[in-house]
Design a protein around this ligand. Structure first.
Ligand code: NAD
Ligand code: WQD
Length: 351
C-alpha cells in the first residue's frame, strides 16, 4: 500500500522528534499515514523529510503547539483519525527543576488540550509516552508495572500527573458517559538509544547531551573530549549505573503493537513497560560503543549525578503477553546504528 489516501491517519504529536520520527517510519511500514503536529521546539522538520526518504511516503506536517486548541481542531476537522500517539513534551530532567512551569504547561496542560479536542471529535484511542522515571528509585529490579510509582523532579511528576489524568478520563462517568469509549495505553519507556539503520534519522540533542549514548557518540567522533562517568561506587557489577537500553526501532514497533492492540481491547487505560529486560552498566556501554565504532572513548570517573539511581531495568513480560511485542535488537546493533547516525550526521539535522 503506498498511496497516502488509502492509509488510515494517525495523529502523531511530537512526531518530528527522536522517538516520534522513528514511529512515523514504522507506522508507514505498517500501512498507516502519520499526521504530525509538532512546534519544533526541540526538533527539525528535516527529520520528516528523512522519514519520506526512508519510506517513500511523506508524513503530513502541521507546525502547531499542542496547547493551541483552535489549530488542533482544524487538524482534527481535516483528518479522520483512528488514534493519537502523544509524544510532544519536554524531557530534560535537570532543566525541569529550573523551569517547572514550562514543563507543566507543555507536558500536562498540553495533554489536557489534546484530550479535550479528541473528545470533541470523538477520537478515543490514545497512546501516551510515559517513562520508567515514574518508578523513582525502585526497591528491586526487574521492575514490573505493579511497582509503586514515585518521582522526585518536575519532569517525572508531569508524567505521573498525566498518567493519573488519563486513568481518570478513561474511567470518567461525566455527562458524556454514553459516549465514553476512551481506550488508552501508557507506554513506560526505559532508555531509548540507537537510530534507524539507514543512518538518516536519529537523536539530535541541542547543546551538550544529557544522556549517556549521545554523549559517548560525540566523544567517539571527537566533538567532546571525554565522558564523565557519574559514579563507580553503586551496588552494581562494576560500580557504575545500570539501565535498560532499548533500540529506538524496537520502541517504535512497540507503538505499532500497542495501536493494534487498542483495536482489540475494550475501553480502559493500561500501562506497559517498553524495555528489553536486560541491564547494562555505563562501562559496559562504553566498551560496546568502542567495539562498534572502532574508536576509543576516553572517560574519567566523576561524582554521582544528583537524582541518579543504581539500577533500573524492566520486566517486559506484560507487553509480550498483551501486546505480542518484545524487543529484538541487542546492544551491538544499538551501538552500530547509533554510530552510523553519528558519523553520517556529525551536526545532527543542521547543515
Ligand atoms: P524529542 O524532544 O526528540 O521529541 C519531542 C517532540 O515534541 C519534539 O519534536 C518537540 O519539538 C515536540 N514538542 C515539545 N513540546 C511541544 C508542544 N507543546 N507542542 C508541539 N510539539 C511539541 O523527545 P523524544 O526523546 O522523542 O521523546 C518523546 C516523548 O517520549 C516525550 O514525551 C518524552 O518525555 C518521552 N520519553 C522519552 C525518553 C527518552 O529518553 N528519549 C524516555 C522516556 C519517555
Ligand atoms: C544513563 C546512565 C548515568 C551521562 C534519563 C531520564 C529518564 C528517561 C531517560 C525520559 C546513568 C550515566 C550519563 C553521562 C554518565 N528520560 N551517565 N555520564 O538517567 O537513566 O534516564 O533518560 O523520560 O527519565 O532520567 O539516562 O542516559 O542520562 O544516564 O555516567 O554523561 O549513564 O549516571 O547511570 P537516565 P542517562
Amino acid at each position: 500500500m503506498s498511496s497516502s489516501a488509502s492509509r488510515s491517519p494517525i495523529l502523531v504529536t511530537g512526531g518530528a522528534g527522536f522517538i516520534g520520527s522513528h514511529v512515523c517510519v514504522e507506522l508507514i511500514n505498517s500501512g498507516y499515514l502519520p499526521v504530525v503536529v509538532d512546534n519544533l521546539c526541540n526538533s527539525s522538520a528535516e527529520s520528516l523529510k528523512r522519514v519520506a526518504q526512508i519510506t517513500g511516503v511523506t508524513p503530513v506536517f502541521y507546525q502547531i503547539d499542542v496547547n493551541d486548541k483552535d489549530s488542533l481542531r482544524k487538524v482534527f476537522a481535516t483528518h479522520s483519525f483512528e488514534a493519537v500517539m502523544h509524544f510532544a513534551g519536554l524531557k530534560a530532567v535537570g532543566e525541569s527543576s529550573q523551569i517547572p512551569m514550562k514543563y507543566y504547561r507543555y507536558n500536562v496542560a498540553g495533554t489536557l488540550s489534546l484530550t479535550e479536542v479528541m473528545e470533541e471529535f470523538k477520537v478515543w484511542k490514545l497512546i501516551f509516552s510515559s517513562s520508567a522515571t515514574v518508578y523513582g528509585d525502585p526497591a528491586s529490579v526487574p521492575i514490573d508495572e505493579g511497582f509503586p510509582t514515585f518521582t522526585t523532579n518536575p519532569y517525572g511528576r508531569s508524567k505521573l500527573i498525566v498518567e493519573d489524568i488519563l486513568r481518570d478520563i478513561a474511567h470518567s462517568t461525566g455527562s458524556s458517559k454514553a459516549d465514553n469509549q476512551w481506550n488508552i495505553s501508557l507506554l513506560r519507556y526505559f532508555n531509548p538509544v540507537g537510530a534507524h539503520e539507514s543512518g538518516l534519522i536519529g537523536e539530535d540533542p541541542a547543546g551538550i547531551p544529557n544522556n549517556l549514548l549521545p554523549y559517548v557518540a560525540q566523544v567517539a567522533i571527537g566533538k567532546l573530549q571525554q565522558l564523565s562517568v557519574y559514579g563507580n561506587d553503586y551496588d552494581t557489577l562494576d560500580g557504575t549505573g545500570v539501565r535498560d537500553y532499548i533500540h529506538v526501532v524496537d520502541l517504535a514497533l512497540g507503538h505499532v503493537a500497542a495501536l493494534q492492540s487498542l483495536n482489540k481491547t475494550g475501553v480502559g487505560c493500561r500501562a506497559y513497560n517498553l524495555g528489553t529486560g536486560c541491564g547494562y552498566s555505563v562501562l559496559q556501554m562504553v566498551n560496546a560503543f568502542e567495539k562498534a565504532s572502532g574508536r576509543s572513548v576516553p572517560y574519567k570517573i566523576s561524582a554521582r549525578r544528583p537524582g541518579d539511581i543504581a539500577s533500573c531495568y524492566s520486566n517486559a513480560q506484560k507487553a509480550k503477553a498483551e501486546l505480542g511485542w518484545e524487543a529484538k535488537y541487542g546492544l551491538e546493533r544499538m551501538m552500530q546504528d547509533a554510530w552510523r547516525w553519528q558519523q553520517k550526521n556529525p551536526n545532527g539535522f543542521s547543515e
